[in-house]
Ligand binder design. Structure first.
Ligand code: ATP
Ligand code: SF4
Ligand code: MG
Length: 328
C-alpha cells in the first residue's frame, strides 16, 4: 500500500455542556492512503461527522480535542488558523450532505468556484473562469458555459451537489472528505452523483473519506471500511473483511439491517435498542445492552481494538466466537 496521506492518532473530541462533556469521538486512530476510498459507517450520532469536521478544524472554540491528525508531516490539530486556511479547500476539501452549506446563495456558482481557485492559486480571473467551466463539465453539469453564471437556486438538487463537488476538487486536493454526499438526493440522482464523485476521485488520485449510512454504496465504492459505534471505531478492514468476515457483533447487526435486495420483501431489521448516552456512557462495552454475545467480561472493560487479520481489527471481547460467518 502507498504511504498514508493522513494519519489520525488517538483522536478525542468532547463537547462541554452544563451536564458534563459529551464525548463524541473517543480514541479514534486510522490512516488514509493516496487513491483509496475509506468508508466510515455507523448509526446516527456515532461520531462520524464530528470526526470529519474536527479534521477540517470546523469546530467551535469550546470543543475539547486531543490526539493528532498528521497531514504531510504537520499536525492539523495544532496548525495556526492561517495555515489551516491554506490547507482547507486546497489540500483537504469537504463535500457536505447539503450543498447550501458550501454554496452561497447570493453569488453565481461560477464566481464561487473562481474564488475557491483564486484563494489558493495565483491565476487570472479569465483562467480561473475557464477552469470553473471545465470543472462543471467534468462533474456533468450540462451547458457549463451558460450555467457557470447561474445562481445556486437555478440548479436542481443533484446539479447543486455536482457544483459543490466541482468546487471541492477545484484545487485537486489530496484528501476529499465526503459526509453523506448523496443522502439528500433521490435514488437515481444518488447513483449519478456517486459515479461523478468516484470518477473525479480516481482522476485526481485523491484519497477519499466517505461517510455514509448507505452500506450498498460502501460495497460498490470503498476499498476499506471503518465502523463507528458510540464515538469509537469498533471494526476496520477491507470491504470483504467487513461484509463477509466481520468479527464484530455491531457490524453484523448493521449488515443485517440492510434491506434485502435479493428477496422482494425489502426486509429491514433495525438494530433493537438505542446507542448509549455519550454524556454518561455505561461501563464496559457500549454495545453490551444490545449484544446477544455479551458476557460478564463485557460489563467490566471496553475491549481494545485488536488485530484479527491483515488490515482487519475489531473491538470485541468475543471476536474469536465470530470466526465463521453467521455465528450469531
Ligand atoms: N456542537 C455539538 N455540541 C454538542 N454535541 C454535539 C455537537 N455536535 C455533535 N454533537 C454530538 O456528538 C455526537 C456525534 O455526532 P455526529 O454528528 O458526529 O454523528 P454522526 O455519526 O455524524 O451521525 P449522523 O449519521 O446522524 O450524521 C452526537 O451525540 C451529537 O449529538
Ligand atoms: S465486547 Fe461483548 S458486548 Fe461488546 S460487542 Fe463484543 S460480545 Fe458484544
Ligand atoms: Mg453526520
Amino acid at each position: 500500500m502507498t504511504e498514508p496521506v493522513l494519519v489520525v492518532e488517538g483522536l478525542n473530541v468532547g463537547f462541554p455542556s452544563k451536564a458534563g462533556v459529551v464525548q463524541a469521538v473517543s480514541d479514534v486512530s486510522f490512516e488514509l492512503h493516496a487513491g483509496e476510498v475509506l468508508a466510515v459507517v455507523g448509526e446516527s450520532g456515532s461520531g462520524k461527522s464530528v470526526t470529519a469536521l474536527t479534521l477540517m478544524r470546523l469546530h467551535a472554540k469550546s470543543t475539547r480535542i486531543s490526539g493528532r491528525a498528521v497531514f504531510e508531516g504537520r499536525d492539523l490539530l495544532t496548525l495556526s488558523d492561517r495555515d489551516m486556511r491554506s490547507v482547507r479547500g486546497n489540500d483537504i476539501a469537504m463535500i457536505f450532505q447539503d450543498p447550501m452549506t458550501a454554496l452561497n446563495p447570493v453569488f453565481s456558482v461560477g464566481s464561487q468556484i473562481i474564488e475557491a481557485i483564486r484563494t489558493h492559486r495565483d491565476v487570472s480571473k479569465q483562467a480561473a473562469r475557464a477552469r470553473a467551466i471545465e470543472l462543471l463539465d467534468l462533474v456533468g453539469v450540462p451547458e457549463p458555459r451558460r450555467r457557470v453564471d447561474q445562481f445556486p437556486h437555478e440548479y436542481s438538487g443533484g446539479m447543486r451537489q455536482r457544483a459543490m463537488i466541482a468546487m471541492a476538487i477545484a484545487n485537486e486536493p489530496k484528501v476529499l472528505i465526503a459526509d453523506e454526499p448523496t443522502t439528500a438526493l433521490d435514488v437515481t440522482v444518488q447513483a449519478q452523483v456517486m459515479e461523478v464523485l468516484r470518477d473525479v476521485q480516481e482522476a485526481t488520485g485523491s484519497a477519499m473519506l466517505l461517510i455514509t449510512h448507505d452500506l450498498g454504496l460502501v460495497a460498490g465504492t470503498a476499498d476499506r471500511v471503518q465502523v463507528m459505534y458510540a464515538s469509537r471505531l469498533v471494526e476496520t478492514g477491507g470491504v470483504d473483511d467487513i461484509f463477509y468476515g466481520s468479527r464484530n457483533p455491531y457490524t453484523r447487526a448493521l449488515l443485517d439491517s440492510i434491506p434485502d435486495l435479493v428477496s422482494d420483501t425489502d426486509r429491514l431489521v433495525p438494530i433493537p435498542g438505542n446507542p448509549p448516552s455519550l454524556l454518561n456512557p455505561p461501563s464496559g462495552c457500549p454495545f453490551r445492552p444490545r449484544c446477544s454475545l455479551a458476557s460478564d467480561t463485557c460489563a467490566v472493560s471496553v475491549p481494545d481494538l485488536m488485530t484479527v487479520g491483515e488490515g482487519h481489527a475489531t473491538r470485541c471481547h468475543h471476536a474469536d466466537r465470530l470466526v465463521t460467518e453467521g455465528a450469531l
